[in-house]
Design a protein around this ligand. Structure first.
Ligand code: NDP
Length: 475
């Protein structure tokens, strides 16, 4: 009898422990539940200054030939007042509003109305209905992967209308660049505001919401994990992967067309930027199903950071090199241009292969070959909100044995190549590599904090086997 009672008590204790573990994991896994002063200060800084930074960069190209220091010098010496700069800034126009509304509506249409057909004839391409990763609440969302098709249709229509039917000029994006900036801001703020209201009052999945109680933090980092309208309109996938990224290559093409119009030629530096960034964008769409397993979709909630960031920050600051080259048409020496091309391609190769190795490893549950050998890994476990225990594996061979985020290193090499293509006359085109270094280093630390909370001691074992983050032997 006593033995029976003891067994029952032990079972109750085990159950209690599991509940506590669950609470701990619910409290830790994913976005923070409590806001420290540093996060709050950073968020307030970004909310206040990120829109100004974008404006400053675009304005300095428009009014100061891309010099970042001249506007400041003008203001500090009293040569110009803020109102002088503002008065010379193009305002919102009906034309820009019409172009932007048409663009976003068309992307919504392509996203929700045309099921993927590319996977039916492109060997190796994964499209159509695909599943995302398990959310902290244990939900597995379905997505319609049709981004490649949206990109192809948009670009075919662009070429047909700009070059065959002459319905608009290929310089249309450059010619309306600042008025379009206001439209992008309106959409970015509207969608972020809608997201927080939706998160509070009618979330898609209440169990996957996080409310810290700090309005600024919740607005910036988002409340809902996967806000949706209907079955298929997923905010995160749409804003991350449609209006801004599909436009990225069109924006670069428009800058190249403007360079041709103004200077009578398209320089090799402009071609390099178009080609290297084009590969990066096409890679994104070719691997969109893989993208469902990246941090943006798997771990980040949808707030201003993603909503405004995807609408404004990405299309305006990721395309600075092309914009710069319109004002400064740099013709590179052939050997230098080849060096930049090699750096860009090597960076891309590392970026793609590292991501591919993890994807293959996770898809096959480790039953694959990495560099001709069976992969090495560490077994680990974690729990979802409802207390269900899941098992996972962390690979310790291939590029993942060199460093814990070698994919970021490849990305940084590619980013540096875009900047080097612009020569050394101005700082502005180098903003991208500075920003990406900060973004990916911070992302690496953020991700590791999350993984450590998720996997606990298993993560410690992993970091002991793979001690470096980005550069073996250095960091
Ligand atoms: P990763 O693809 O590196 O994903 C990190 C996640 O992978 C971890 O949270 C963990 O998730 C899992 N993981 C970590 N280590 C291992 C391992 N050893 N074996 C198996 N799984 C592991 O990060 P991102 O999603 O941030 O990046 C994806 C790509 O997108 C990168 O190449 C990055 O450079 C690029 N990127 C580009 C940006 C841009 O603006 N251009 C912005 C952000 C990213 P789990 O919980 O499943 O274990």
């Amino acid at each position: 009898m006593a033995a029976h009672q003891e067994k029952k008590l032990a079972e109750e204790r085990k159950h209690q422990n599991m509940q506590n573990d669950t609470k701990t994991s619910q409290g830790q896994w994913g976005r923070a539940w409590e806001v420290d002063w540093f996060s709050l200060a950073s968020i307030l800084f970004l909310l206040m200054f990120a829109p100004l930074i974008v404006y400053y960069f675009i304005m300095s190209c428009d009014q100061y030939q891309c010099s970042l220091t001249d506007p400041l010098l003008d203001l500090l010496t009293g040569n110009k007042h803020l109102s002088d700069i503002w008065n010379r800034t193009p305002m919102l126009t009906y034309r820009a509003a019409a172009i932007y509304s048409l663009w976003v509506s068309f992307q919504v249409f392509l996203y929700v109305s045309i099921p993927d057909f590319c996977h039916k004839f492109l060997p190796g391409y994964v499209g159509g209905a695909q599943e995302g990763a398990v959310t902290p609440a244990g939900v597995v969302n379905k997505y319609e992967i049709n981004g490649l098709q949206a990109w192809i249709i948009s670009h075919v229509l662009w070429f047909a209308n700009a070059y065959c039917f002459h319905f608009f000029s290929p310089t249309i994006i450059f010619d309306n660049w600042i008025p379009l900036l206001w439209c992008a801001n309106i959409l970015g703020y509207a969608v972020s505001t809608f997201a927080i209201i939706k998160g509070y009052f009618f979330p898609t999945n209440a169990k996957d919401c996080k409310i810290t109680g700090n309005f600024f933090y919740d607005y910036m980092m988002g409340i809902e994990f996967n806000p949706r309208i209907g079955k298929w309109f997923d905010f995160k996938l749409f804003f991350n992967g449609r209006p801004g990224i599909v436009a990225w290559t069109l924006i670069n093409l428009s800058f190249a067309a403007k360079q041709q119009e103004l200077h009578g030629e398209v320089t090799n530096s402009m071609i390099l930027v178009n080609v290297l960034q084009g590969i990066y964008v096409l890679d994104f769409f070719w691997n969109e199903a893989w993208y469902l397993k990246t941090i943006d979709i798997c771990h980040d909630h949808f707030g201003w950071y993603l909503g405004w960031g995807d609408c404004v920050w990405l299309p305006y600051l990721y395309t600075l090199q092309g914009l710069y080259l319109v004002y400064h048409p740099v013709q590179l020496r052939t050997d230098y241009a080849m060096g930049v091309l090699m750096l860009g391609l090597l960076g891309y190769y590392i970026f793609r292969m590292t991501n591919h190795q993890k994807d293959l490893f996770r898809r096959t549950n480790g039953n694959c070959r990495i560099w001709g050998k069976k992969p090495e890994y560490i077994e680990c476990s974690y729990m979802s909100v409802d207390g269900t225990k899941y098992y996972s594996k962390l690979m310790t061979s291939g590029f993942w044995g060199w460093a814990r985020h070698f994919n970021y290193t490849g990305d940084l090499m590619g980013s540096l190549a875009y900047c080097l293509a612009c020569g050394f006359e101005h700082l502005l085109p180098y903003f991208y590599i500075i920003y990406m270094t900060i973004l990916l280093t911070h992302r690496c630390i953020r991700d590791e904090h999350r993984c450590s909370s998720k996997y606990g001691k298993d993560w410690k074992c992993y970091t002991a086997v793979v001690p470096y983050r980005l550069l073996p032997g250095v960091f």
